[in-house]
Design a protein. Structure first.
Length: 205
């Protein structure tokens, strides 16, 4: 079973900037989201009823995912040895577009966004990656996950799209359009995906 989370809101998310391998701090809203992630996961997993050693957290090594994961570790009392920084969950590399808004990309690379939308999975961003590059990393990560463990994956929007697309066998053009709002947790289990809005939960404290 996999619980799939996107990192909480950052300053660049708020400004609608491409982050990629760059980073920016969590916003006040983002820190509240991270707290809520932990409380909701505690309810979803039924943490008091299971062996904490059966829960592993796989975290992209970027700052915004690490900080988000810290809130989960605290909420669920995850042993440090069960937290793994996983390079294959790192965000899509936006290359020369990192830190830019769509308007700024259009200014510096006229028409590039339209071209990318035509064949998004295979389009390589200047000095960056394509979705196909992300897929190659996600494939090996999924294959190596221990089936007997509950995995909490703290990752990014593009990586989440690719993981969910691969898990359900969705056509690549459709998978590239999937969204992962920062109020949603996805549970992947038995070849289905359930979604949970953290706003729908009663959160104590």
């Amino acid at each position: 079973m996999i619980y799939l989370l996107r990192h909480a809101e950052t300053e660049w998310n708020y400004q609608l900037r491409k982050q990629g391998r760059g980073d920016s701090p969590l916003t006040v809203k983002g820190r509240s989201q991270a707290v809520a992630y932990g409380k909701v996961l505690e309810q979803l997993i039924g943490y008091s009823d299971i062996d904490r050693d059966n829960v592993l957290i796989h975290v992209s090594p970027l700052g915004r995912t690490k900080i988000t994961a810290e809130y989960l570790v605290d909420a669920l009392s995850i042993p440090e040895c069960n937290v793994h920084y996983e390079s294959r969950l790192i965000e899509f590399d936006y290359g020369d577009w990192s830190g830019l808004t769509n308007e700024e990309i259009e200014m510096h690379y006229p028409g590039a966004l339209r071209v990318r939308e035509v064949n998004k999975w295979y389009y390589t961003v200047p000095k960056g990656e394509s979705y196909q590059d992300v897929e190659a990393k996600v494939d090996t990560w999924l294959e190596e996950l221990p089936e007997e463990k509950t995995i909490i994956a703290v990752t990014h929007s593009v990586v989440s799209r690719v993981i969910r697309g691969k898990y359900l066998g969705i056509p690549k053009p459709v998978a590239s359009l999937l969204e992962h709002p920062q109020n949603m947790i996805f549970r992947l289990n038995n070849q289905r995906i359930d979604s949970f809005d953290i706003m729908d939960f009663e959160l104590a404290g």
